[in-house]
Design a protein around this ligand. Sequence first.
Ligand SMILES: [Fe+2]
Ligand SMILES: [Fe+2]
Length: 323
Amino acid sequence: MLERLPFFRRTLPYQMFDRQRFGLEANSAKILERIYHKGQALAWDGQQLLGDLVEQHGVPDLDRDRKLALGRLFAVIMWGELAAWKVSAALAEELDAFEAKMAATSQAHDEARHFYVMHDYLTLLDAMPDRLDRGAETLLSEVIGADHLAKKLLGMQLMVEPIALSLFHVVRRLNIEPVLTGLMPYYERDEARHVALGIKYLPAMLKTMTTRERIELYAFQLRLVTCEMWSSFGMMRDLKTLGVDPRMMANVGRAKQLSALEMLLRELNVDSDLPLQVLDRYGLALLEATIPEGGPLRQRLRRVAQVALRGATVTEAGIEFTH
Ligand SMILES: [Fe+2]
Ligand SMILES: [Fe+2]
């Protein structure tokens, strides 16, 4: 019912203002509506901004190795923006709740801007790769091709966007290339609003889902964690070339993802953090397997088992193991 309705059932949604019908709390509805108006007030002119930054810092340029590495990493962002554009446009069309439709429409507008600005930037840098690494390609295809809107919403807003936010944060802090550094705060500000759509609307969506659909959603989430770790494995070499510690990057991403998922559980009034713990331990074990801290293979495998069994605490600086 949340995915595509048959064509003949499409009609004017006279009930779209009845938020209770969609399981939407008054407070959440207000926040969703504000996402649209904030999006309009804070919309920036991508062509103007990129032009101003080039005028200020010159046409972006780097030595060959760093240029190729930055190109490959930000091509993942560029295609990720297209995926986010497609997902938010699907949400804008399919969601009937008025406030959620408004928020998704505003997001689609933002994502279109993120996409073309990144495309123009990578073209200026002359660093546009033909295609993405298999891991990242699989991750984005999983989200675009998901068979349920809840999967798209969870996958994009709460699993992929926090990772993109981490990359923006790290790249801005390291000031790898000044034009890109100048663009990042604008992207970061918009993306933070998009995470809010997931947190505020997913609980309403979950209320209308069957147990089977919820279990499928959880399984989908585990699959995404696997794809994410696989794609970070592919990005490791490029991060290193740019002077970013891949483990630090993966940890910042996980911390952001976990805090988004924690907020979601709070919205759902779930006291137990067991689902998060399972997901987190699974992600950590994969992290140990794909981006190990080093040491002989046996030691690394022992660490995988240790993390899976005991869990660990995530901090921005790294992982603290709980023994
Ligand atoms: Fe975006
Ligand atoms: Fe976004």
